[in-house]
Structures are given as structure tokens and as C-alpha cells.
Write a protein that binds this ligand. Sequence first.
Ligand code: PGA
Length: 254
Amino acid sequence: MIFCMASKLVVGNWKMNLDPESGGRVLSDFQKAAGEFDPASVAFCVPFPLISPLQNHGVNIGAQDVFWLDSGAFTGFTSPDLLAKMGVEWIIVGHSERRGRFGKLDVPESTLPFFAETDETVNLKVKACERHGLRAIVCVGETLAERDAGKTDEIVSGQVRRALDGVATFHGVLAYEPVWAIGTGKTCDPDEAARVCGLVWQTSEGRTCLYGGSVSAANAADLFARDEIGGGLVGGASLKPADFAAIVGAAQNR
Ligand code: PGA
């Protein structure tokens, strides 16, 4: 097997955090801490209203979701056409928190139907990204109950297949994010993360697969030492400039 990755990609997922001022500070502190890095291998996926104010900070600013239609009566949604015109490159698609699959639940369970992303909507969004030259970061991963039931491979490969169904050319990447490892401080064992990333790689016919789920300055080098792991999707640690710089450093020294 040849895993295609000249330099490993590290994407920060700020989720619903920061504002123009604090976000700008994180970006400049990150750049100071990181020193020299390959700018094509680093991106920050931020809340929609922060995209524009942060685009002049010299780092690649991406989004955390997208709708699949270009325009119309869809109150509150954001079109791929608009994001492409704004110069966005990377978009997280199908994050488990949008699928209602939380590592750490901070909302009442009765509100879970609101987080209604499905494999079908992920597929529509991937196709929309391809139409507009946007690069999707397609998230897949099992819950703890699914892992305990021995269903990890079936769940993950099924999500990958359905996300890419009918997608002729794919310019994005996949991200294996075990739901139980997200925001919980429980990282997947690097060998197991590499095994599942290898499965994603095979199922997607050779697409790069990032690992996400409690990636930290302490565990990044160990994860990125595995050929199957093409980089990281980083939540909590991407809000901490020194930690994120260390993670980027670990990815770029590969
Ligand atoms: P985490 O989040 O690094 O805080 O676990 C990762 C993600 O949800 O993408």
C-alpha cells in the first residue's frame, strides 16, 4: 500500500468558540509559536461569521459545514457557491456533532433530533463541494456502543462508502474520528487509529485519512508516525496556540 501524503495536513476545528478579536489573537500567537510551516498543510475551520474577518491573517480559513444547494428559500443555511466565492478551500462535512453523535453531551437529549445530519446529506454536501472546487473533510467514526458491539469497521466503511457514493472525483480528505474520543481526552490507541485509517484509505480507494479525537501536543507525534494517518483534525487543542503549533510541528517533521 502507498499512502499519499507528502506533508501531513493539520486542520483546527474551532467549533462554536472565539470571536474576531480572540480568534485573531489565536492565529497570530499560533504563527509566532509555529515559526516556519507549510501553509498549504494547515487550516482553521471557524464559525461562518469569523471567516471574513480572519481571512487577512495569513493562514487558510475554512468552514465547519455547508448546504448542498446554491441559493433559494433555505433560511439560516450557507451555500457552497457563497463559500467558494469567499475563497474558502476546506469545509468539514458530516462531523459527528452535526450527526447528533456526541462524545460529551452538553445539550438536553430531547434536542438531539435537531442535529440531523445523515449519510445522505453528507453525500449531497460532498457533491456540492466538488461542483464548486471546495475540499471536503468528511468525518466518519463509531460510537462507544458500536465499538463495544464489534461494529467499528462496518460503521466506518459504510459511512465512507455512502459519503462518496456517485462522487466521480474527490478532492477532499476523510477524517476518522471515533465519537467516544471527541472532546473527552480519550485518544484512540495510535495503532488502532492507524488500522481504521487504513480501512478508510482502502474503502475510499486511496484518499488521505486524518485522525481526530483528543489530538494533543503530547500524542501528535506518536499518531503522525503512522503512515496510515494522513494528519489530524484538532478540536480543543486548536484553541491553544502553543499546543496547536506543536501539533503542526509534529506533522511537518514527518
Ligand atoms: P477534540 O475534537 O480534538 O476536541 O477531541 C476533535 C473534533 O471534533 O474534530
